[in-house]
Design a protein around this ligand. Structure first.
Ligand SMILES: Cc1cc2nc3c(=O)[nH]c(=O)nc-3n(C[C@H](O)[C@H](O)[C@H](O)COP(=O)(O)O)c2cc1C
Length: 312
């Protein structure tokens, strides 16, 4: 019997629906699937109030963990003989907050239980974000390495609408709590319903690799099914965003009470300015430098589509 553990944190349930669809084709008489939902002791709001949304930024970006509820002994399989990996495969479903893995996922990956579950275990990551997931996945690769886990596959599902359209519609979703068409005319926010449904196709190569106990070609098999589509125009925005977020988060974390609330108002205006003014400029620069940088861009696309980690 192959043992698979699906770990996730999803507020609206979108990510959970995707994971269930992947699991639908992975399930088999010879596969036992266990689910574990990560639950912070102090829950994050959904829908979000604007203040709470911005207030989550410093701790998210600085990857500061929050206490989580205990993992059940059944999930931890505390009764299994020592030295053996407890699960044959782990599927880690996460969402991206502020260009980083969300606080609950980061907190789990920094817990002693994560080491216990992940050490020497193959891991497939599955993210469902707006579209800025590339640097978050690089952080995820590091967190997995610190847990001695083996990243063998990655699936990154996003909102495929225009970047700025998805900014508008995600606000409607996250602050309103409903994944509906804003004013009845905007596209639905988040991962498209058709993509959520057809995510079931990813379970097939995962199951093959699981039974062969050979994951060497899994990422290429997933890529052939469209598991990752790197948008090269967003790489520079993500890298630049991380540089600026690093400054903001270190500044904001030192503030307390009213001072923090006031400073977060400036951050909010900066964020609007960055999204609506800086991001389009970065995009124009990307277009103008596309041909001279063509080979480099292809290399970047190949690297960010892979499960390799560049250590520098
Ligand atoms: C506080 C916060 C920050 C977010 N930041 C990003 C981001 O930097 N990049 C991105 O692509 N999506 C971002 N998202 C969207 C999430 O990745 C995710 O798609 C959305 O919250 C729905 O996830 P759910 O399954 O938990 O409901 C953010 C969401 C929240 C709540």
């Amino acid at each position: 019997m192959k043992e698979v553990l699906i770990i996730y944190y999803s507020q609206s349930g979108q990510l959970f629906d995707i994971l269930k669809n992947v699991a639908s084709t992975l399930s088999d008489e010879g596969v036992n699937i266990t689910y574990h939902e990560i639950l912070p002791q102090k829950e994050y709001p959904f829908p979000w109030k604007p203040d709470e949304f911005y207030n989550a930024f410093p701790e998210t970006f600085l990857q500061i963990p929050t206490p989580l509820r205990k993992i059940s002994p059944e999930v931890l399989k505390s009764n299994i003989p020592e030295g053996k990996p407890k699960y044959d495969l782990l599927i880690l479903g996460y969402t991206v907050w502020y260009l980083s893995p969300s606080i609950p996922i980061n907190s789990f990956l920094k817990s002693p239980e994560a080491k216990q579950l992940l050490s020497d275990t193959p891991v497939v990551t599955l993210s469902a974000s707006r579209n800025m997931w590339i640097m978050a996945q690089e952080k995820m690769k590091r967190l997995l390495m610190e847990n001695n886990a083996k990243l063998v596959g990655n699936i990154a599902l996003v909102d495929r609408n225009l970047n700025h359209i998805s900014v508008i519609t995600i606000v409607h979703w996250l602050m309103g709590g409903k994944k509906t068409k804003m004013f009845g005319i905007f596209p639905k926010p988040g991962v498209a319903d058709s993509e959520i449904e057809t995510a079931s196709r990813f379970g097939i190569p995962i199951k093959e690799a699981l039974f062969k106990s050979d994951y060497s070609t899994l990422q290429n098999d997933l890529l052939r099914l469209g598991a990752v589509k790197v948008d090269p125009s967003l790489i520079a925005t993500d890298i630049r965003g991380n540089m600026v977020f690093s400054k903001w988060s270190n500044f904001l974390i030192k503030k307390e009470g009213d001072k923090r609330a006031k400073a977060l108002v400036y951050f909010k205006y900066y964020l609007l300015f960055a999204i609506w003014l800086i991001a389009p400029i970065v995009f124009i620069v990307f277009l103008f430098t596309y041909f001279p940088r063509y080979r480099n861009i292809q290399k970047e696309k190949a690297y960010y589509s892979s499960v390799a980690l560049k250590l520098d």
